[in-house]
Structures are given as C-alpha cells and as structure tokens.
Design a binder for this molecule. Structure first.
Ligand code: AMP
Length: 221
C-alpha cells in the first residue's frame, strides 16, 4: 500500500517530531524541506548559499527551488511506498504542484493532518527550542530537555538554537505561516482525506491522536 501523508501546521507545532515518529512507526521516510535546505547550507552547496539569507530572515524560499527538491527526492526508490511531508507544501503554488506530481507519478492522493496549536504556545515552544544539527531531533529547554545539558540523547552532538528560532525571526515565520500556509487548511479541507488534531498535549498524546485520525488509512498490522 502506498501512503503519502502531509503534516500541516505552524512552525513549532511539533511537525518534525511527529513526522520522525510516524516515519519510524510506518517505515516510510520523512521528507522535510527545511532539513533538506539546512543540509544544503551545511554542505556549503550553491543551493545552500542561495537560500541562507532568506531562511535566516524567516521568509519562504522560492516555490521553484523547493518543488525541484521534492521532485528529486520523491523519485528515489526508497520513497516509492510513501513519505511523510513535513514543512512542504507551504504555499498554494506548492500544494498544486504536489497534487500534479502525485497524480503524474501514479501515487495516491495526499492524506493531510492539521496539527492545531495557538500562537502564544507556538512562540513559547520556538523560543525554547534546541535542535540537533546531525540527527535533527528537537528538544525544549524546559518541556523536554536532553538528558545531558546541550547534548543530543540520540547521537551526542552539540545542540544548537536554530538561526531562525531567534525572537525577531520567529515573528516573521509566524507571519509567513499565516499569510501563505494557513490558507491551505481550507484548500485541503475541500478535497477530503483531511484530519484535524489538537497539538497541545504531550508528544505521545498528539502521536496517538494522529494515529487515531489516520486509522482507516493505515495498513493493518
Ligand atoms: P522549517 O524547518 O520547515 O521551519 O523551514 C525552515 C525554513 O526553510 C523556512 O523558514 C523557509 O525559509 C525554508 N523552507 C522550508 N520549507 C519550505 C517550503 N516548503 N517553502 C518555502 N520555504 C521553505
């Protein structure tokens, strides 16, 4: 069975964390355009240089760039059974391009889960976030601190505050979300295969809500 899922929500709602969990649970990869762009920057590639300033300002990278990245990634054989989209699509143009791509490549229509969290809580989460640059795990300074201060529990790397988790950039990212991405809720709601979950509980609680919402779509164990 082929299954592409999209976790839609503001920055900081826990999409990355939930996408990692779902990926492990369903044995399909997570496809995070934010991680791909950060990797490109770390490698110092042309693409990385091109997007660095935009990412650090909290604005969105151009549709053409991210659509091309996703096309390449989806063509990989290990992505044939499905993926969990995290942070893509972020605009109407991207959503329409993805619909076309899934159709042209004979994949199933997208399942969409919206994770809802209020903006005050999102600010609190983003401003306390620590990230592992190597394995991409997220921590929170008070809610979910690492076992050893400043070190990733999984790989031991030194945790960092992402450039775009600085207060002035957080506001820009929230604005970009409200202007460009939030309208996609309506776009997908009209299409069906659309589920909404409350993202304010613990990581485990939200994970169970997502699994429950998707129950009818998931392969039976
Ligand atoms: P994220 O880790 O998903 O919050 O993404 C970090 C940054 O990467 C965003 O603030 C954007 O600058 C850029 N980015 C990631 N995904 C996209 C996308 N689908 N469209 C445009 N820009 C993106």
């Amino acid at each position: 069975m082929q299954l592409d899922l999209y976790l839609l929500g503001a920055p900081g709602v826990g999409k990355g964390t939930q996408a990692q969990r779902l990926a492990a649970h369903l044995h399909i990869p997570q496809l995070s355009t934010g991680d791909m762009l950060r990797d490109a920057r770390q490698e110092g590639s042309e693409l990385g240089k091109q997007v660095a300033a935009i990412m650090d300002s909290g604005k969105l990278v151009s549709d053409d760039i991210v659509i091309a990245l996703v096309k390449q990634r989806l063509a990989r054989p290990d992505h044939a059974a499905g993926v969990i989209f995290d942070g893509f699509p972020r605009t109407r143009v991207q959503a329409e391009a993805l619909d076309r791509l899934l159709q042209e490549t004979g994949r199933q229509p997208l399942r969409v889960v919206v994770v809802d969290v209020g903006t005050d809580e999102i600010r609190r989460r983003l401003l306390g976030r620590l990230t592992c640059p190597r394995c991409k795990r997220s921590y929170h300074q008070t809610d979910s601190p690492p076992q050893h201060p400043g070190r990733c529990d999984a790989c031991g790397s030194e945790l960092v505050v992402r450039n775009d988790d600085r207060p002035e950039v957080v506001e820009k990212r929230l604005q970009a979300y409200l202007a460009e991405t939030a309208p996609l809720v309506d776009y997908y709601q009209r299409k069906g295969r659309f589920y909404r979950v409350d993202g304010t509980g613990s990581i485990d609680q939200v994970f169970q809500l997502i699994l429950g919402a998707l129950a009818a779509s998931l392969p039976t164990p």
